[in-house]
Design a protein around this ligand. Structure first.
Ligand code: GDP
Length: 304
């Protein structure tokens, strides 16, 4: 049965289906078929290096027991599980530990940070946790407003300052309020763009320090929100965050609208960071835990 993750991968799966159908009945795929598969994987944004590695696996070790499709499935699963340290399949729980847990969401503008902040709040609240939001994207007045609207709907308080204020001050106040109100999880939306890259990175490290000053050891998690519709390109755009923001995991937003959902394999292969959640739509409950098994099933579809 195809679940929500599989349904979100529909457009990506379409990019692979012809090549998969072609290779499915073969025991010893010929070079041309392998190349067509590699191209299809690249078209689905698996990334050239990762696509080549997956196909090389089939080229080098044709199996009498397994079809190429089954082998591809195993190779993908192996890659996802080996390269995602500390990411239990279907991880849905709010991170546990000292209270409050502090989660920062970072990433380029428009990637889905504000929406993901709200979705995470709804998810963890549904698990009986108390939540506090921090609106630290003070550069985008609409982001603060958007988060306040979500907060009202979810009955989650939002700490915000005036637009244009100091994001690090919002982070400090949110962590401080989270501590004094004894909430379980603090989730903070941050800015994705500043005048220069240097400013943005300086801002992020200031935000880190502010969280740590309010609560020792915070932030507990820094999740990079990546727009799945931008695939490899989005990964490149997020490079500065990956290098400088102390990222501990990813949220792959907008998987539902993407034909480039193969990027998850590339992320696992290149970054060795766990993908925690995927965005499966614009609604508040459209967030699913990333589950490697369901992902690979969704990507490859049912065997015909
Ligand atoms: P931010 O600038 O990073 O805070 O991005 P936003 O959270 O404002 O999201 C940008 C746009 O993407 C909004 O129109 C959201 O509704 C949309 N969006 C976010 N996540 C998803 C998702 O998982 N699926 C779909 N289809 N749209 C999403």
């Amino acid at each position: 049965m195809i679940g929500v993750l599989g349904r979100s991968l529909g457009r990506t799966r379409e990019r692979l289906s012809a090549a998969l159908q072609r290779i499915a009945p073969l025991r010893q795929p010929d070079e041309e078929t392998l190349e067509a598969l590699e191209e299809a994987l690249i078209a689905a944004d698996v990334g050239p290096a990762t696509a080549a590695r997956l196909v090389e696996h089939l080229r080098q070790a044709p199996s009498a027991d397994e079809s190429p499709r089954e082998q591809l499935r195993s190779a993908m699963l192996e890659l996802l599980s080996a390269r995602q340290p500390g990411c239990p399949d279907g991880h849905l729980q709010a991170p546990a530990g000292r209270r409050p847990q502090v989660i920062l969401l970072v990433g380029v503008n428009g990637s889905g940070k504000t929406t993901s902040t709200a979705k995470l709040g709804a998810l963890y609240r549904g698990q009986g946790k108390s939540i506090l939001f921090g609106a630290a994207d003070t550069f985008r007045a609409a982001a603060v407003e958007q988060l306040k609207v979500w907060g009202e709907r979810l009955d989650v308080p939002v700490i915000a300052h005036l637009p244009g204020g100091d994001p690090a001050a919002v982070v400090y106040d949110t962590c401080e309020a989270g501590r004094s109100r004894d909430v379980d999880v603090v989730i903070i939306d941050t800015a994705g763009r500043l005048q220069t890259k240097e400013n943005l990175m300086a801002e992020l490290s200031k935000i880190h320090r502010a969280a740590g000053k309010a609560i020792e050891g915070a932030p507990d998690e820094v999740w990079l929100v990546l727009d799945a519709t931008t695939g490899q390109n989005g990964l490149r755009q997020a490079e500065d965050f990956l290098q400088h923001a102390g990222v501990t995991g990813l949220i792959l937003a907008k998987l539902d609208g993407s034909a480039r959902g193969g990027v998850a394999l590339s992320i696992a292969d290149q970054l060795e960071l766990p993908i925690r959640y995927v965005g499966t739509g614009e609604n508040i409950d459209n967030l699913a835990p990333f589950d490697a098994g369901a992902y690979v099933e969704g990507l490859l579809g049912e065997e015909e």
